[in-house]
Every structure is written in structure tokens, then in C-alpha cells.
Design a protein around this ligand. Sequence first.
Ligand SMILES: Nc1nc2c(ncn2[C@@H]2O[C@H](COP(=O)(O)OP(=O)(O)OP(=O)(O)O)[C@@H](O)[C@H]2O)c(=O)[nH]1
Length: 225
Amino acid sequence: MAAGGAESSLELSLTGSGAALPPARSRIFKIIVIGDSNVGKTCLTYRFCAGRFPQRTEATIGVDFRERAVTIDGEHIKIQLWDTAGQERFRKSMVQHYYRNVHAVVFVYDMTNIASFHSLPSWIEECKQHLLANDIPRILVGNKCDLRSAIQVPTDLAQKFADTHSMPLFETSAKNPNDNDHVEAIFMTLAHKLKSHKPLMLSQPPDHNEIHIKPEPKPITSCWC
Ligand SMILES: Nc1nc2c(ncn2[C@@H]2O[C@H](COP(=O)(O)OP(=O)(O)OP(=O)(O)O)[C@@H](O)[C@H]2O)c(=O)[nH]1
């Protein structure tokens, strides 16, 4: 899906008595997902927003945008995941757009590819260059933990890196259906954090396809496979 549609609007709804009332407002959280090409950014965002692993993916060009409505503690919230291109040649023209009005950042590496882990400092540097505020929540996600025999990034190494950069670490798999809940918990943990931070409020009519999520998923710092 092409980036866009993030604008919000305030509409009026009618009650049974005919009186016009504004609909409930919902906050929108914009979360960007960044990391090397092929680490599984598209699959992770798809898993959270569509509830399944995509049958096939192609390299993201520029940025893709997926959205899911959730309810946390009775509040309607829209979680927008901006799935960015990992390949430099597909990023250049878009990069300044997706760093605008960001509420949280998800750094992703592939647990079976040490090079994607070693690239993390350059992704952190890119965030700095785009002047992201220091207090924006950031998390680190090691993906593809289902490929147990091919793991190249040990958990203790990743945990050390996460600690150094004050980020929680999550190891998971977008592919393994048993890990579905865990991908869910990662993004819901972020949403809970953002909700308590009370970032920019945007007006938005409630969504009919809303999915209700139980509150307070536990942050976990080890593999969920
Ligand atoms: N085994 C396994 N494969 C995965 C997992 N997540 C993604 N993949 C595979 O990894 C490849 C790349 O996945 P994408 O989601 O397209 O990667 P990306 O990070 O979005 O790549 P770019 O768009 O180029 O930045 C695909 O072949 C996926 O099927 C996972 O959790 N486990």
C-alpha cells in the first residue's frame, strides 16, 4: 500500500433523537519500522495489521503504510505502522517524509543475519540525523527466531546492545503462527507506552473494523519461539 491517508477529520454523527454529536476522537500513533532489507519489516507489520504472514513479499519501495484500530482501556487508538524500505536506493526520496511526526521507532534485525545486527548503529544514526526527540519510545526487534539452527545473533549480544541504547529487546518471528501473539504484544506494548505518554491528539471518527485487545501485554526480553 502506498503511504498516505494519515490525515484526520472531524465529522458529526446523529443520535436517535436527531441531535448532532461529534464522534469519539481517537488518537493516532505513527510508528516507523526500520532496519536492513530482508529482515522482515513488511512481514512483521503485516502480521500485526492483517493477522497473518504474507504469502509473498517484494522489496519495499519508499514506504508502505498499514493501520490497525485497537481499544486500550476503553480508548479508541489507531496504530499506523510505516514499513520503510531497507534498500538504500528505494529510501532516498521518501526518507524525510516518514520521520515526520513520529511517535515511536521499531528497529528490526534478522537473527539469522549478523550483518543486519551490525547495521543497527547506522539506523540509530539516521534517526538522530532526522532530529527525533530523545524521549520517543524505541524498541529493538530480532526477527526470524523460528529459524533456530541458523541463528547468528546470540541473545546476550543483542541484549547488551539494547541495554547500551536503553531499548527493550524482543526476539520473535513474523512467520511462525505460534508467535502471532508475540508480534501482537510487541506493538501493543508500544501502544500502551504511547498512550501513557499522551502524544499529539488527532481527531478521527471511530473505525467499524475495530479490534479489541486485552490491555497490558507483558514486555518480554527473550525469545518467544
Ligand atoms: N523464516 C522466516 N522468514 C521470514 C520471517 N519474516 C520475514 N521472513 C522472510 O524474509 C524475507 C524478507 O521479508 P520482508 O518482510 O519482505 O523484509 P523487509 O525487511 O520488509 O525487506 P525490504 O522491504 O527490502 O526492506 C521474505 O522472504 C519473508 O518471507 C520470519 O519471521 N521467519
